[in-house]
Design a protein around this ligand. Structure first.
Ligand code: ADP
Length: 467
């Protein structure tokens, strides 16, 4: 049946192509026969010849056009044109050249297009921000790798409430779709617990792919955390300064009024004021140390330092303080330590803080042990904190026999102003800044800090410094 219609089509088309070649000479012959310039048999013979040659030409033309259309169809379908078609078309040299050019340009354009597509996909997928595209039915039609990572699943063809079911978000999406104005909101993704600033934009042109809205989500968790840290820090620092300041103001008032004529009471109050002023001074000094360390945080220490010498100096300075509680600082014998790159002042601050804590929180009349040495075997969490290439590190461990710290406090000890027992720490002159200074300095030296403690027995703080 199909073959029959094909044949019919072939005949009709061949005749169609032949007609212009037949009509003109045929009419001339008819006119010549009517005018008796040709005899009837001659005219019939000529008409026959013209008819046959016209149809033959029409057939060839039909075959050529048919082959050309097959060739173009195969090319646009991205199939290799069949050999017999190519061979047939190549019989005409001018056609062969044009076809070669067509094929060559087609391939070039296709490669260019594929490269552009691959490049834009890479750019889309390497963007750190989450990109999601929605159609008018608010279905997700494209999402980049950052989106899949954030949501931990494939979002394609899900409704936009798969991003968030928060009514504020859904209403914002709907309003941008209807009102043609972009919107920005803040959004928390429960899947990864992170906060994003989300911008919803309309797709600027009519999209053949059906994109109606683009959602761009920028992770602001860290900047929010930093803002919170700064505001907590300012609040804590102000509070710590305000406490002795209020004390001093109160004492001044007392000296001016009730203790005005009592020299002994005035002397006591002045002493108390001096104590409060010293506390304020200590706090300001610790805050200044912290900010100085932070300023240096991005330049690696360059000095070549001898940890043993720094340690000996610090121990000597702290011995008087330890003696007040009848404590001895015992350094375990060790081999020579290698030289390392570091900052003498900062490393001295680390040891002073650790020794001062051991004295403050250790029990009176108990020894403080200091172990030093080098090691190449690290616990997993220490290995992760040290640089990848670090194979050897100096360790300095300060242990005391004291009240110890319960495990739930351990992860937060290096936060600024964090104290296990505020009153107890204040009573021994602490602000909760010592260990955060220690941590900052260790980070600056690309080292690691390990804290081990048993409640009621004591604590051990070990510093690792890469060699
Ligand atoms: P502080 O100035 O209060 O001592 P740190 O930052 O040095 O501040 O220490 C934070 C908290 O950790 C302290 O308030 C204390 O509760 C606890 N801590 C630090 N070192 C020890 C230790 N050796 N033994 C018991 N608790 C300690």
């Amino acid at each position: 049946m199909e073959a029959q219609t094909g044949k019919k089509r072939m005949i009709i088309k061949s005749v169609g192509y032949a007609l212009p070649r037949i009509i003109l000479p045929g009419s001339l012959i008819v006119i010549a026969a009517i005018s008796h310039l040709l005899t009837l048999p001659m005219a019939l013979g000529l008409i026959m010849i013209i008819l046959l040659s016209g149809i033959a030409c029409g057939y060839v033309r039909y075959r050529e056009i048919e082959a050309l259309s097959i060739y173009i169809r195969q090319l646009s379908d991205d199939r290799k044109p069949a050999d017999d078609i190519i061979q047939f078309l190549r019989k005409d040299t001018s056609l062969a050249e044009s076809l070669d050019e067509l094929q060559h340009n087609w391939r070039n354009k296709k490669t260019q297009l594929e490269t552009m597509l691959a490049e834009s996909k890479i750019v889309f997928d390497t963007m750190p921000d989450v990109f999601v595209m929605l159609n008018r039915r608010l279905e997700i039609i494209r999402a980049n790798s950052a989106a899949h990572e954030a949501f931990k699943r494939n979002l394609k063809w899900k409704n936009c409430d798969a991003i968030s079911a928060d009514p504020v978000f859904l209403q914002a999406v709907q309003s941008v779709l209807e009102e043609e104005t972009s919107r920005s909101i803040e959004l928390r993704i429960p899947e990864n617990g992170r906060d994003y600033s989300l911008r919803i934009e309309r797709f600027p042109v009519a999209s053949p792919g059906g994109i109606a809205l683009i959602l761009v989500m920028h992770d602001i968790t860290e900047s929010k955390r930093m803002k919170q840290l700064v505001s907590d820090f300012v609040a804590n620092a102000s509070h710590e300064i305000r406490t002795p300041l209020t004390g001093i103001i109160g004492l001044i008032e007392t000296i001016r009024t009730s203790a005005k004529d009592d020299p002994q009471a005035r002397e006591t109050f002045l002493e108390m004021m001096a104590e409060q002023a010293k506390r304020m001074n200590d706090l300001v000094n610790e805050l200044l140390s912290l900010s100085k360390i932070e300023i240096n945080a991005f330049s690696t220490p360059k000095e070549i330092v001898h940890v043993e010498d720094i340690m000996a100096d610090c121990i000597q300075q702290m011995e008087a303080l330890a003696a007040e509680k009848e404590m001895d600082i015992l350094v375990e014998p060790h081999n020579d330590l290698p030289l390392i790159k570091g900052d003498t002042n900062e490393l001295a601050m680390v040891l002073t803080n650790l020794l001062s804590n051991a004295i403050k929180y250790g029990n009176a009349r108990t020894p403080i042990h200091v172990h030093v040495g080098t090691t190449s075997s690290f616990a997993l969490e220490i290995k992760e904190a040290l640089p990848l290439e670090c194979k050897l590190a100096i360790y300095i461990a300060v242990s005391d026999n004291g009240e110890g710290i319960s495990p739930d406090h351990l992860p937060r000890l290096t936060e600024r102003f964090y104290r296990v027992d505020k009153a107890r720490s204040r009573a021994v002159g602490g602000f909760g800044l010592g260990l955060s200074i220690v941590k900052q300095i260790i980070n600056h030296h690309q080292g690691a800090l390990q804290i081990e403690s048993v409640l009621g027995q004591g604590s051990k703080f070990t510093v690792y410094l890469p060699v």
